[in-house]
Write a protein that binds this ligand. Structure first.
Ligand code: T1G
Length: 692
């Protein structure tokens, strides 16, 4: 079937698009629509319907075309053909009308949609702005504030909400084509006008004073350092003050600035990287997978409860097992509390909360897991305990059940060896809070079967996780790299910096939080206890942990104790610096014979980030991570790495591997520390002018 077909059904011309998988606005599609509109101008049709085959209305411009020379006809030309049509065009929307897709609907004269449909302008998530009239047409229909919220958030909204905002004219049910034809015939019978959105004027006097400036201030905090949101505000402001033609011109200029920015290049990289991460090299796309119709969770602590919520949210029944009734009650109460928080934030209705809770049943009897398809162990981070759990699971679970561990560090091969079915054992490393964080590291052990890998990678999408495959090593991908990042933060601190300098520098650079503030949030006692289990040589350089150890021994565990690297207000949790901490830092420096010096901000960024990059290169060399873009997905979706920089490996390409390499060589010469020796892969790429 061709990408665009046109037919007359009675007195209505129907333009049908069919460009799988999401009807993206490719060149062929734009040409086809323009040709159909032209044909319709001189046939017997009295109105037109624009509708899509497949799972969704147009989901946007074809992102894979970006960065290439523009291909005629442009999207703007296509939309102009629609809007200037002599006959009314009705957009019939299902699925997700996003970006240029919704902009196409806005160029139509009327819009109808199934109640299940969503509309949105997610360009800002790609470091862009709606470049085909969205910033000019939306405010003309919804008013300025709603337009700013829709476009700067990039979040889709349900069709009913869109109708309330005036973006959709009619919600329809049943067969969309039939409903759209009925609507179009009604418009013809009523001689409905050619309602062009471009002709709507916005009354400048209706705009509250200071609205745009206040919005810019809010965005400066919310989208720190991102340029597209600010351009969006300027474009929406132009929709108020300039005629449509000039507003479209400004929008086009700003769109091109965004398109050519390193920020958008980084964010578009992550868009495709997330989808690439779902693919496992060497495993056929059509590898059979096992149904996951029920899940067991061992351990109702913070992680176990959060993991359980993911499956309940996806409508999958969960059996949560704890060692005794008291622990079970505590776990179920924690889940209920977390759902209550979600409801209070308006992200879930009370009815949905009850529905999810009804899917989570507690037990203290392993026999209740005998028929579950997948069991995820989330008990204390101790190999011996985990082995006992898996030995028990091996005894009670049905053949074919997938046995997964949520371990952060333990060797999944050793856990698998505690069973008679190592092929069914895999790591599913969730990130705390497990019901919020999108990242899930899928850890394939040496004997994990392709079917189990394919099943869990597919299951990740069901529970709305971004899955990244890792092989077994200490810390897998994210935490193994994080140790080097954390090491440099500690060394910068003891060598001359301060918690506030390190955290401010890294947060200004784009990290969601500075490394020491993260330590206070997680609790300094967690890594303190983990270190206690290590031998002296395993602990590494004492300069990299003597300060957090001393803080814990002073009772400064972080936010949970009201003080860590910083002091925390008991009510607001606002943090403040504490001279006692700096005195401790100076004392520890003296103890280790370190003459403190001023450390430039740029040195802090380079040491922490280049340490990540070097370890990431080693993960690639060792085959722990499949590809550099997978590492970027781990850091952008699990560790607060700025999406506008695309992830550590994409950032390295942006900086230039030669610079990374020469800096690492300098650090290696200065410190003679093996961890600064550039990875062989990095050296090879840097010296041959290649990229990750
Ligand atoms: N262009 C090209 N390919 C796309 C695409 C797009 N816009 N959207 C999805 N794909 C591919 C994707 O790579 C994957 O390919 C397959 O479709 C299924 O996607 C002018 C400039 C629509 C909600 O940002 O949010 O319009 O891996 O796995 O989970 O102002 O895709 O199978 O080979 O994500 O069901 C604005 C982006 C573009 C929407 C479906 N539009 N897409 O989610 O499937 S900029 C967007 C999505 C723009 C205008 C501006 C989601 C989805 P493959 P998927 P899904």
């Amino acid at each position: 079937m061709s990408i665009v077909s046109y037919q007359l059904i009675g007195n209505i011309g129907v333009i049908q698009l069919n460009n799988p998988p999401v009807n993206a606005l490719s060149k062929a599609l734009r040409q086809g629509v323009q040709h159909a509109i032209k044909t319709a101008q001189s046939d017997s049709s009295q109105a037109l319907v624009l509708i899509c085959e497949g799972r969704t209305f147009i989901a946007g411009a074809d992102i894979s075309e970006f960065g290439q020379p523009p291909l005629e006809p442009s999207l703007r030309d296509m939309l102009n053909s629609i809007e200037t049509s002599s006959k009314p065009v009705v957009a019939a929307i299902h699925g997700t009308a996003l970006g240029g897709g919704f902009e196409t609907a806005l160029a139509c004269h009327y819009r109808c949609a199934l109640a299940s449909a969503k509309i949105g302008l997610p360009e800002v998530k790609l470091g862009l702005l709606p470049g085909a009239g969205g910033t000019q047409r939306v405010p003309r229909l919804t008013g300025v504030e709603a337009a700013l919220n829709l476009i700067t958030s990039g979040r889709p909204i349900a069709a009913a909400r869109a109708e309330a905002l005036g973006l959709i004219d009619r919600l329809v049910e049943g067969d969309l084509l039939e409903a759209a034809l009925t609507y179009a015939r009604q418009l013809v019978s009523e001689a409905a006008p050619l309602r062009r959105v471009r002709n709507i004027e916005i009354d400048a006097a209706s705009i509250p004073a200071g609205l745009f400036e206040n919005y810019r201030k809010k965005l400066a905090r919310r989208a720190r350092g991102q340029i597209a949101p600010m351009h969006i505000v300027d474009c929406v402001e132009a929709a108020v003050n300039l005629p449509m033609g000039q507003g479209l011109k400004l929008e086009r200029e700003r769109f091109m600035q965004c398109m050519q920015s390193t920020q958008s290049c980084a964010m578009r990289h992550l868009f495709f990287a997330e989808r690439q991460a779902a693919r496992v090299d060497g495993i056929e796309k059509n590898t059979p997978t096992r149904p996951i119709g029920s899940v067991g969770i061992i351990g109702g602590g913070t992680m176990g409860g959060g993991i359980a919520m993911n499956f309940a949210n996806a409508g999958i029944p969960v059996t949560l097992l704890e060692i005794n009734q008291q622990a079970l009650e505590r776990g179920l109460t924690l889940v209920e509390k977390n759902y209550a928080i979600t409801v209070s934030k308006g992200k879930l209705s009370a009815a949905q909360k009850e529905q999810c809770l009804s899917l989570i049943q507690g037990t203290t009897d392993y026999a209740d897991l005998a028929e579950t398809d997948l069991v995820i162990e989330a008990v204390f981070e101790d190999l011996g305990i985990k082995k006992q759990v898996f030995k028990k699971l091996d005894e009670v679970c049905k053949a074919g059940a997938i046995l997964a561990t949520n371990t952060s560090y333990q060797d999944v091969n050793l856990i698998a060896a505690a069973t008679q079915r190592p092929a069914d054992v895999i790591g599913l490393h969730f990130f705390s809070p497990a019901n919020v964080m999108r990242l899930m590291e899928v850890v394939r052990a040496d004997k994990t079967s392709d079917e189990v890998i394919a099943t869990t990678m597919k299951m990740a999408k069901t529970i709305k996780k971004v899955a990244v495959l890792s092989r077994v090593c200490y810390g897998f991908i994210g935490n193994r790299m994080l140790r080097h990042y954390a090491r440099e933060a500690q060394l910068c601190l003891i060598e001359g910096s301060s918690p506030q300098q390190i955290d401010t520098v890294m947060q200004d650079w784009g990290m969601a939080m500075g490394p020491l503030a993260v330590g206070d949030l997680a609790g300094l006692d967690i890594s303190y206890n983990a270190r206690k289990a290590l031998s002296v040589e395993q602990k590494g350089d004492p300069r990299t942990y003597c300060i957090p150890d001393a803080l814990v021994e002073m009772g400064r565990l972080g936010q949970k104790s009201g003080a860590g690297y910083y002091n925390y207000d008991p009510q607001t949790r606002a943090r403040s610096n504490d001279e006692a901490v700096m005195q401790l830092v100076r004392d520890k420096a003296a103890e280790h014979g370190i003459e403190r010096r001023e450390i430039p901000d740029e040195e802090i960024v380079n040491r922490l980030i280049f340490a990540l990059i070097n370890e990431g290169a080693k993960l690639l060399e060792e085959g722990i991570a499949q590809r550099a873009s997978d590492i970027d997905v781990v850091y952008a979706s699990g560790y607060g790495f700025p999406v506008a920089r695309g992830g550590p490996m994409h950032y390295a390409n942006t900086v230039g591997l030669e610079k990374i390499y020469s800096t690492l060589c300098r650090y290696y010469e200065q410190t003679d520390k093996d961890y600064w020796r550039p990875a062989a892969l990095l050296e090879e790429l840097a010296t041959t002018g290649k990229q990750f």
